[in-house]
Design a protein around this ligand. Structure first.
Ligand code: HEM
Length: 511
């Protein structure tokens, strides 16, 4: 070939390479432009190096750089984080059906009977039927009202116990957890099933039961490396899976004991009437007409959801509320002025009184804004490709809604770091999933089904703690010493439990 011909071939090859390069680059830019902005991931770990021990705070900081919708990679999986009310609404309302599933995790597999509870169940007929049972059978307003006497009895025991410890420093969370655990156990299991004193015998002691639940909460909230980098899952580098398997054995033993007692009662009574939620669920497990059969393990999964979902969440919220109030005692004064005016000092606050207490309601909302229990909600999963706010979200992406961050957005909330219940007075903002700036229970198909019970327990215990006692910090502690540090998990409680001193403020015969 002549030299000039070589030149032509070379020029054509160069042109072709340039065209190829250009088309690749524009293809790359197209995808880059279409995915939400975010930091560049490393091989294998993705962006896990950017996530500290408080993931919601790490993500909050990143969102200030990348915006209210950003994409990261956790190990092998894309993760999209929503940090504004508008973006949260897109995921949980506009495109709710696309994001209504959950990713599969080791916790769901090992601690909730292979996703047979509601929290971790994938979107589909099993989950849909379970939700229907929750909403129409277990949490109907009639059913919840029928259990009011349990909440009242346990509240009385709680108030008397605190009164007997007046003048001494108490760790409030211990008492709140005992209250919520007692209420939930009686509603769900029919009785407490744990022994409260040394001479009682039961399948577990209160401490053991609390430890089981703490472990369940912890393991369901941890960032288990094997969930994100599946090919090293078998190594169980953090030892979490081993702990999950050990926990499952304890849970099984507990459930089997509870169910055996329930079945014996059912078989022994001629005109058996279901008394508690386990009775109802076991009855449904025998129902051949259900669309999807409920197995014995389903009942275990559901029971666990009910116990775990209802206890630590409410206790944590009330502990945050009292911590914020003790930092600003003039807010306690305002709350007790309202209680003295509306309730007066000769009785306790009942659930029917709550709508007449706007300041108490405002304190609850302000607590849930600044300290939402589920700071990132529970993870959602994209079931198909979807366009959100002009960005392409790929099928299989995990979605986190950072409610902690939304609650601190200065474009929505004036002085967001301040605890100021007044911001809610006269405002039509509630916590039931319609106002996307305040989503403590989530919203849409996956919204918390137990929110009305949760609200009843929080409002009644908070109102009565304020009505029944004068509060102060222990003598050796100043208001400035009361930190607001958090620990991350499925619920995000205080790092250092609140210790306070109470004195009764109602006539002593009421306690
Ligand atoms: C202060 C009280 C409570 C708070 C703050 C709370 C919060 C939440 C949140 C944020 C979710 C996830 C929503 C989402 O994925 O978008 C959730 C789900 C859930 N909650 Fe609650 N919850 C509370 C009380 C309760 C109670 C009392 C129960 C039951 C007794 C309960 C049972 C559940 C269940 C079963 C789910 C899973 C729903 C699903 O995946 O379809 N929660 N809760």
């Amino acid at each position: 070939m002549e030299f000039s011909s070589w030149l032509v071939v070379l020029a054509m090859a160069l042109l072709a390479s340039l065209l190829l390069l250009f088309s690749k680059k524009s293809d790359f830019q197209y995808h880059k432009r279409k995915s939400p902005p975010g930091p560049t991931p490393w091989p294998i770990i993705g962006n896990l190096d950017l996530i500290g021990p408080l993931p919601h705070q790490s993500l909050h900081k990143l969102s200030q750089k990348y915006g209210p919708i950003m994409q990261l990679k956790f190990g092998s999986f894309p993760v999209v984080v929503a940090s504004s009310a508008e973006v949260a609404k897109q995921f949980l309302k506009t495109h709710d059906h696309v994001f209504a599933s959950r990713p599969q995790t080791a916790a769901g597999k090992h601690t909730t009977y292979n996703y047979l509870n509601i929290t971790w169940a994938p979107y589909g007929p099993y989950w849909r039927q379970g939700r229907k049972i929750y909403l129409s059978e277990l949490f109907s307003s009639k059913r919840l009202e029928s259990y009011e006497y349990i909440r009242v009895e346990e509240r009385r025991v709680f108030m008397s116990r605190l009164c007997s410890m007046s003048g001494k420093p108490i760790m409030l969370k211990d008492h709140l957890s005992r209250l919520t655990l007692s209420i939930i156990s009686r509603i769900v299991l029919g009785k407490k099933y744990f022994s409260e004193s040394k001479d009682e015998t039961s399948i577990v002691t209160l401490e053991e039961f609390q430890e089981i639940l703490d472990e369940l909460f912890l393991l369901n909230g941890v960032l288990n490396i094997g969930d994100w980098i599946p090919w090293i899952d078998f190594l169980d580098l953090q030892g979490y899976v081993k702990r999950m398997k050990a926990l499952r054995k304890k849970l099984d033993r507990f459930h089997d004991h509870v169910f055996d007692e329930h079945k014996a009662r059912r078989e022994g009574e001629k005109d058996f009437v279901p008394k508690d939620m386990v009775d109802l669920l076991l009855q449904m497990a025998d129902d051949p007409n259900l669309d999807v059969k409920l197995t014995y393990e389903s009942v275990k999964g559901f029971t666990q959801d009910l116990i775990a979902g209802g206890t630590d969440t409410s206790a944590t919220t009330v502990e945050w509320a009292m911590s914020e109030l003790l930092k600003q005692p003039h807010l306690i004064k305002k709350a007790t002025e309202e209680l003295d005016r509306v309730i007066r000092r000769d009785r306790w606050v009942e659930e029917r009184d709550i709508p007449q207490l706007p300041y108490i309601n405002a304190i609850m909302k302000e607590t849930m804004r600044k300290h939402p229990v589920a700071v990132l909600l529970a993870p959602h999963l994209a079931l198909e490709d979807c366009n959100i706010a002009g960005y392409e979200i790929r099928k299989g992406t995990r979605i986190f809604i950072n409610t902690w961050s939304v609650g601190r957005n200065p474009s929505i909330w004036y002085a967001p770091e301040e605890f100021c219940p007044e911001r809610f007075l006269g405002k039509d903002i509630d916590v039931k999933g319609q106002n996307f700036e305040l989503l403590p229970f989530g919203s849409g198909r996956r919204m918390c089904p137990g929110y009305s019970l949760g609200l009843k327990m929080i409002s009644s215990s908070l109102a009565n703690l304020l009505h029944g006692f004068d509060w102060k910090l222990p003598d050796n502690m100043k208001v400035e010493d009361l930190g607001m540090d958090e620990v991350y998990g499925l619920a995000t409680p205080r790092k250092f439990p609140l210790i306070a001193v109470v004195e009764p403020r109602l006539p002593l015969n009421l306690y």
